[in-house]
Design a protein around this ligand. Structure first.
Ligand code: ADP
Length: 224
C-alpha cells in the first residue's frame, strides 16, 4: 500500500529576494505510513504550521513533492487539490474554529454535506463520532455552551467526519489547561487509532509526543 503522506525535498520561502525573506522549509523529507501516528516537535517559529499547511494542500511549496496516497499534487490545478484535500485530509488547529451559530452535531454534519453525503447518513456518523468522544449528551449544544475541552473534541469529530486518510493537527491541545489537555489528547489518539488513519501531530509537549509511534524533530528548516 502507498504511504498516506510523503513530502520530498519540500522547499518554502516567504518573501523571496526581499529584505524580509524567511526560508522556512529547506528541503523537508518525511513519510507517514498507513495507520502511523507521528509527532512533530519543534520550537515556536520553526515552521510547523507552514509544513502542515503545505502537507495539507492549504499552501503550495516552492519546489519538491507532496504526495497523498502516493499521488503527487505539486503543480496540480486548485480544483484537483481542493477535491483531494476534502476527501483525504482532516485538520485540527489549536483553536477549534467551530461555527458558533451551529450545534455540535451540525458542526460535524456540515463538512459531510459539502462532500456529498446524504443528510441522514451524515447525522448518524456525526452522532456516532460525538458519542465516541464522550459528548452524546452535548449534541444540541452550541460552541459557547461547551467547555474548551469539549469544543476541541467536537473539532476532532469534524476533522474525521469525512474519514480522511491523513489527520494533520497543529498543537491540538495547546489551548487547554494541562489536565484537560491530557484527557483530550487521549481521546484524539483513541479516535485516530480506531479509524486506522495516519496522523501528523505538532506539539510542544514532549510527554505527549512520546506516546506516538515516532517523533520527528524540526530544526533549521529540516525534519529529522
Ligand atoms: P511555527 O508553526 O513552528 O510556530 P510557522 O510555520 O508559523 O512556525 O512560521 C515559521 C516562520 O515563517 C516564522 O518565522 C514566521 O514569522 C514566518 N512566516 C510564517 N508565515 C509567514 C508569511 N505568510 N509571510 C512571511 N513570513 C511568514
Amino acid at each position: 500500500m502507498s504511504n498516506a503522506l510523503d513530502l520530498v525535498d519540500v522547499v518554502k520561502t516567504f518573501n523571496p529576494g526581499r529584505p524580509n525573506e524567511v526560508q522556512v522549509l529547506e528541503g523537508v523529507n518525511l513519510s507517514l505510513a498507513a495507520g502511523e501516528v507521528v509527532a512533530l516537535v519543534a520550537p515556536s517559529g520553526a515552521g510547523k504550521s507552514t509544513l502542515l499547511h503545505v502537507a495539507g494542500l492549504l499552501d503550495t511549496a516552492d519546489s519538491g513533492e507532496v504526495r497523498i496516497n502516493g499521488e503527487n499534487l505539486a503543480g496540480k490545478p486548485d480544483r484537483v487539490r481542493t477535491g483531494l484535500r476534502r476527501n483525504n485530509v482532516g485538520f485540527v488547529y489549536q483553536f477549534h474554529h467551530l461555527l458558533p451559530e451551529f450545534t455540535a452535531l451540525e458542526n460535524v454534519v456540515l463538512p459531510q454535506l459539502a462532500a456529498g453525503v446524504g443528510k441522514g447518513a451524515a447525522r448518524e456518523r456525526a452522532g456516532m463520532l460525538l458519542e465516541k468522544v464522550g459528548l452524546a449528551g452535548r449534541v444540541t449544544h452550541k460552541p459557547t455552551e461547551l467547555s474548551g475541552g469539549e469544543q476541541q473534541r467536537v473539532a476532532f469529530c469534524r476533522a474525521l467526519a469525512n474519514e480522511p486518510r491523513v489527520l494533520l493537527a497543529d498543537e491540538p491541545t495547546g489551548n487547554l489547561d494541562p489536565d484537560t489537555s491530557d484527557v483530550v489528547f487521549d481521546v484524539l489518539l483513541e479516535l485516530v487509532r480506531d479509524t486506522g488513519m495516519s496522523a501528523l501531530i505538532a506539539t510542544h509537549n514532549h510527554a505527549l509526543a512520546e506516546r506516538m509511534d515516532r517523533v520527528l524533530r524540526m530544526d533549521h528548516g529540516k525534519v529529522g
